[in-house]
Design a protein around this ligand. Structure first.
Ligand SMILES: Nc1ncnc2c1ncn2[C@@H]1O[C@H](COP(=O)(O)OP(=O)(O)OP(=O)(O)O)[C@@H](O)[C@H]1O
Ligand SMILES: [Mg+2]
Length: 663
């Protein structure tokens, strides 16, 4: 289905690939692996026709429909679920036609549109889109939120959902797990296993690859080699191959030496001249097997901080969260507890937490429970909503998060970036520093615009290291980094003298670096006495408990940090702080009756939000209705009905709230 013939690819001065001959059959699931900057993303660009090879060609058989994840998300006012649906162009056109016809009250056109929807079997499109969103971790409350209001990581997930919605024969995914939490990664694995087309997935996540792929394409030394089997199988084959190659090389070297000696000794002797000649021929024929070049391990380091006080930072009785105007990146979907008078959302309450030199803390907790909120409060980026934050005068924080990578200046080089933060430093110092982070020679003077994802992440880390911090706050630092660089980072962190706070879904890294665990969940931050396995057990017990109580785990997550009663409403009315919380109480009777009514409505809203989440969970699990297709219709209908009544309740609530506020 996809064939490369003698393909060569160059980017700038670098020869990324050459002599690539490769043929992929329909239905294979290929993991594309290789070090940062080896050309994986560029190869995808060739497949998509966005980049021309320097030599050779690529052929796609027949009419192959390709789907891939867009790099940018448009700043649209459209609801997320519509954006996802629009991934299926035909279905989306029909839905739009129906909506327009309805709006224009043109019932003939409505009938035509319905016919079209029936032809396309598109009636479940919205439910499918909602299932994709749900699977990728979007709480139901966010499905109607405008696309433009989502922040970085969530926008990437939106694009992924849209790509999965697009009907395709060939699906290209470039590091799809980077912005996902573990739940979503497992869901994606499942989804991909049910995908009937051909898959090409770039990833540095070996467990994910092992779960999904049937073949592995290894890009290395400008070559591409296809192995049958998943990542682990590839590693085994490759090391076996390297071992045999080394043996063959040594044998050949020995034979070569032997032949050369013989020739040297007997060339001059007439009686042996013949044999010498035949050995010379044999020598010329030797294959020239190459020695296995030892792959050099990567090595990076964080210098010892010039000043390392013992007690670095301390939070006492701290309430953490957001003011209405503050951006709410990663935790934005978390309703928290809203104090309407001050327009604040409290995510974490009464936090006591301190960092001392040498501490190695991993923050554990369900996605969205407030880990990033805690980190941002430690840095001082978020205002305190209560309590105190004491810092030592010599505290120097190095903070890494996804937006650190995204905020690299377009058009600027690594040297420019370094000069921004170190105007005094000599060019020589800067060059040698960048060299230690593998930006040597010309690379230090290249614009970051052409850098690969992993190269950018490495640069962002190096800029943090330059400042010689005594505290490292690292929020998912391994996204984009290749496996060797992840090892190098783990080693560098182990050698670091200051304190470390790490948020990561990379269990391997946590295991190597951290010795203390804190759990961030349900609005609290507490030390967790146990290891990662015990944490996993706790997490699943918690999920079971909330499932047994009739709530899926996500309900608990979504409402983490909020008081019962208000969370559901707070969630559904997120984005407009005025709509949340009870208005000021007035002592007259009708007011208090209304307030009771309001509280009842809130309880019902919460119950219906929970049911919606349960239904969405069931809809997201094709296994549930695979055996009985009619169950799907039942579920979809029930979902539509609950959704409708939920909206009606919400309208009622808003109305009542308005009355109360008007007094
Ligand atoms: N327009 C360009 N001009 C010059 N060099 C480029 C250009 N685009 C990419 N490169 C370089 O080509 C190399 C390959 O980039 P590519 O994005 O394909 O790597 P990758 O294998 O996907 O890496 P990663 O694992 O970090 O995502 C990188 O070193 C990158 O800096
Ligand atoms: Mg890439």
């Amino acid at each position: 289905m996809l064939t490369f013939r003698n393909l060569a690819l160059r980017r700038g001065e670098q020869l990324l690939l050459s002599d690539v001959d490769l043929s992929l059959h329909a239905g294979v699931r290929v993991g594309v692996v290789g070090r940062n900057g080896c050309g994986k993303t560029s190869l995808f660009a060739v497949v998509q026709g966005d980049l021309d090879p320097d030599r050779g060609d690529m052929e796609l058989s027949g009419r192959v429909r390709i789907a891939s994840v867009a790099q940018e998300t448009p700043h649209l006012p459209d609801p997320a679920v519509d954006f996802v649906m629009s991934g299926d162009a035909l279905v989306w056109a029909a839905i739009k036609a129906e909506r327009d016809a309805m709006a224009a009250e043109d019932y003939e056109a409505v009938a035509v549109a319905h016919q079209r929807l029936a032809e396309l079997q598109a009636y479940d499109a919205e439910a499918r889109a909602a299932r994709l969103l749900h699977g990728l971790g979007f709480p139901a409350i966010t499905h109607d939120k405008p696309v433009g209001e989502f922040s970085g990581g969530w926008r990437v997930r939106l694009n992924l959902a849209r790509a999965l919605m697009t009907p395709s024969d060939l699906l290209l995914l470039d590091e799809p797990t980077n912005h996902l939490d573990l739940d979503a990664v497992l869901w994606l694995e499942d989804w991909l296993l049910n995908y009937p087309g051909t898959l090409l997935i770039i990833s540095h996540d070996r467990e994910f690859l092992d779960g999904v792929t049937s073949h592995t394409l290894h890009l290395h030394d400008a070559r591409a080699k296809l192995y049958t089997g998943n990542y682990t199988s590839f590693e085994r084959q490759r090391s076996e191959h390297l071992r045999l190659q080394q043996i063959a090389f040594e044998k050949e070297q020995a034979e070569r030496e032997h032949l050369q000696k013989f020739i040297a000794r007997f060339k001059a002797k007439a009686s042996k001249a013949k044999q010498a000649q035949s050995r010379m021929k044999r020598l010329a024929k030797l294959a020239g097997t190459e020695a296995v070049r030892a792959e050099h391990a990567l090595h990076i380091s964080f210098d010892p901080p010039p000043k390392l006080p013992f007690s670095l930072v301390r939070l006492n009785h701290l309430d953490a969260g957001y003011r209405a105007a503050a951006p709410r990146e990663v935790d934005e979907h978390l309703p928290g507890e809203l104090n309407s008078a001050r327009g604040e959302v409290t995510i974490l309450r009464n936090v006591g937490f301190g960092l001392e030199a040498g501490d190695r803390v991993a923050l554990l907790g369900p996605n969205g429970a407030g880990k990033s909120t805690l980190v941002k409060t430690l840095t001082g980026e978020l205002p305190l909503l209560g309590g105190e934050r004491n810092v030592h005068g010599d505290l120097r924080i190095g903070y890494f998060a996804q937006h650190t990578v995204e905020s690299l200046r377009s058009g600027a080089t690594p040297m420019d970036h370094l000069r921004d933060i170190a105007p005094e430093a000599s060019t020589q110092d800067m060059r040698s520093f960048l060299g230690r982070w593998y930006f040597s020679g010309q690379r230090a003077f290249q614009s970051v615009d052409v850098f690969s994802g992993g190269e950018r992440a490495r640069l962002a880390l190096s800029l943090i290291a330059w400042r010689k911090p005594n505290v490292l706050l690292l929020d998912e630092p391994t996204n984009h980094l290749d496996l060797d660089m992840r090892e190098a980072l783990a080693e560098a962190l182990s050698d670091f003298d200051g304190a470390i706070v790490l948020v990561s879904h990379d269990r391997h890294l946590i295991g190597l670096v951290c010795d203390t665990f804190w759990r961030v969940a349900d609005g609290r931050v507490e030390p967790f006495e146990g290891d990662l396995d015990e944490y996993a057990t706790w997490l699943s017990a918690r999920a079971n408990k909330s499932a047994a109580a009739g709530e899926p785990a996500r309900v608990a997550e979504v409402t983490a940090g909020s008081e019962p009663g208000i969370s559901g409403v707070a969630a559904r009315t997120a984005g407009n702080p005025k709509l949340k919380g009870n208005p000021k109480a007035k002592p007259d009777q009708s007011t208090s009756r209304r307030q009771q009514q309001l509280a009842k409505l809130e309880a019902r809203l919460q119950a219906s939000a929970a049911e919606l989440l349960v239904l969405e969970g069931q809809l997201a699990d094709p296994g549930l209705y695979a055996a009985e297709p009619q169950a799907l219709t039942g579920l979809t209908n029930r979902h539509a009905a609950v959704q409708k009544s939920h909206e009606a309740l919400e309208a009622e609530w808003l109305d009542l709230y308005g009355q109360l506020e008007a007094g």
